[in-house]
Design a protein around this ligand. Structure first.
Ligand code: ADP
Length: 461
């Protein structure tokens, strides 16, 4: 690991926490636990930073963001190594995440120059102007499953819009965040424009939400914590963007191209061992293709190698869900061998005969477990798919595109892939309906979240 990339002069604190490898428990680093006063100092810094940053021209901000992007890519190998060390992500997945994370920075750098306003024809002859102004200094709280991309997906649009950001990364994966911060400084993103804080999540969350100096909170994480934060923000009507949990249905119709289905099904369920919020969580398979799907899917799953989970609590949670499902009548079709020496590892598993009544059907599994449900008609598939409080991503596979797009319209999910599972990108809106969140990230919709719309009516007489 490149130690220079992960060393940064944070304030002196009396308490520290350690960052450990999920694969072997080895200590990777020790970091400061900020107290409430130190969090407040960081908030003050970004308030000052906002004044400087928002006064730059959009072209200057774009130039600096492009530089940050280039530095991220120039350090791709080191960033991927840091990410793999702290999250146990497979190296090839970490490399892809660095590229994915960098893409938000370049896309937003380009978009920074296009923050156009509007002139509205006015009945009284006034000039009606619509301005898009940066919302101000903002806060971000990010998770461990995409230690780099979840930060750039928030920080890049915020900076593009002219905002400054104070971010609390997950305490499980703070090193990628530090590396990003160092590269940001090298690119010209100065002190106060992007800051990091570490420590007690609940205390930091309260400080962020209660501070009138921070005009917005963007959060990615569990629905449970999202609800706490939203409630806290409500006290001062703080704006929020919430990217929360998912329970994605993966619908396969009888006429689907099975080879395509299986390739996407394996990727979508087992990427980062199933620890992503848009992972296929429930496989809904039409009865005519069911037997053949099971055969091909199981054969493909038997060949995969996956990373351990983020910690042993995560492995225990998945194990509990599977044991519960077995008791409720689920049939294990395949379970790979566990690794006794690695308590964070949970083996790839496929369970059949899953029903709507089971706990596993309602849960965001966040592990390498595929649950299979058989259905008869398209109407049944839509009903099953929507039978969840989540509404993030859904997938539909079938060659009859008329049927597939009709179904897509009826799905209560913010993103739908038809014969496609790669649906997250810098140029497209990512976000959920129902309890999966509020607002969008990526694309111009994502940048819009960091602007206020101001109407100015000018009497020219
Ligand atoms: P996950 O289950 O994926 O870890 P969490 O919602 O627990 O999701 O965590 C996502 C982020 O939210 C992390 O940075 C975590 O430290 C932070 N977090 C957890 N609890 C709170 C809280 N009460 N207030 C603010 N942030 C929190």
């Amino acid at each position: 690991m490149n130690k220079k990339l992960i060393s940064y002069k944070f304030p002196q604190t009396s308490l520290n926490f350690s960052v450990n490898s999920p694969a072997n428990g080895k200590k990777l680093a020790s970091l400061p636990i900020f107290d409430a006063n130190q969090v407040q100092s960081s908030i003050k810094k970004v308030v000052t930073g906002f004044e400087n940053w928002s006064n730059k021209t959009a072209f200057e901000r774009a130039r600096i963001l492009h530089k940050w992007h280039d530095l991220i890519l120039a350090n791709k190998q080191d960033l991927a190594k840091i990410m793999s060390a702290e999250s146990a992500k497979l190296m090839e997945e970490s490399l892809l995440e660095v590229e994915f994370g960098a893409s938000f920075v370049s896309w937003c750098a380009e978009e920074a120059k296009r923050a156009y306003g509007e002139i509205i024809p006015m009945p009284n002859g006034n000039r009606g102007e619509v301005h898009r102004q940066p919302i101000g200094a903002v806060a971000a709280i990010t998770p461990w499953n995409f230690p780099l991309a979840m930060i750039t997906r928030k920080v890049a649009p915020a900076l593009a819009a002219g905002c400054s950001v104070v971010c609390k990364p997950s305490e499980l994966t703070p090193l990628s965040a530090i590396a990003l911060l160092n590269l940001a400084r090298e690119a010209g993103i100065e002190d106060g424009v992007f800051e990091l804080v570490f420590g007690d999540a609940s205390m930091i969350g309260k400080e962020f939400c209660a501070s009138p100096a921070l005009k917005k909170l963007s959060f990615t994480g569990s629905t449970r914590v999202g609800k706490i934060l939203m409630e806290q923000c409500a006290a001062i009507m703080k704006k929020v963007t919430m990217e929360l949990g998912g329970n994605a249905p993966f619908i396969v119709f009888d006429d689907a191209n099975l080879d395509l289905v299986v390739a996407h099904a394996v990727k979508s369920r087992f990427r980062f061992s199933g620890q992503t919020c848009i992972c296929a969580n429930r496989f809904l398979i039409q009865e005519g293709i069911y037997a053949e799907f099971v055969k091909k899917f199981a054969a493909a799953v038997k060949k995969i190698e996956i990373a351990p989970l983020i910690n042993s609590a995560a492995a225990e949670k998945v194990s509990k869900l599977v044991e519960g499902c077995k008791k409720e009548g689920g049939k294990v079709l395949y379970a790979a061998k566990g690794k006794a020496e690695m308590p964070t590892y949970y083996p790839p598993t496929i369970i059949e005969a899953v029903t709507e009544k089971m706990e596993i059907f309602a849960a965001e599994i966040f592990g390498p477990v595929a649950t299979l449900v058989k259905f008869k008609t398209a109407k049944d598939a839509v009903k099953l798919a929507n039978a969840t409080s989540y509404g993030l991503a859904a997938y539909v596979f079938g060659t009859d595109l008329r049927q597939a797009s009709k179904v897509a319209e009826q799905l209560e999910f913010g993103m739908v892939g038809i014969n496609e599972s790669a649906i997250s990108a810098s140029h497209s809106p990512f976000g959920g309906m129902k309890e999966s969140g509020i607002g969008r990230e990526g694309s111009h919709y994502g940048i819009e979240e960091y602007f206020e719309t101001k109407f100015v009516s000018i009497n020219l007489m």
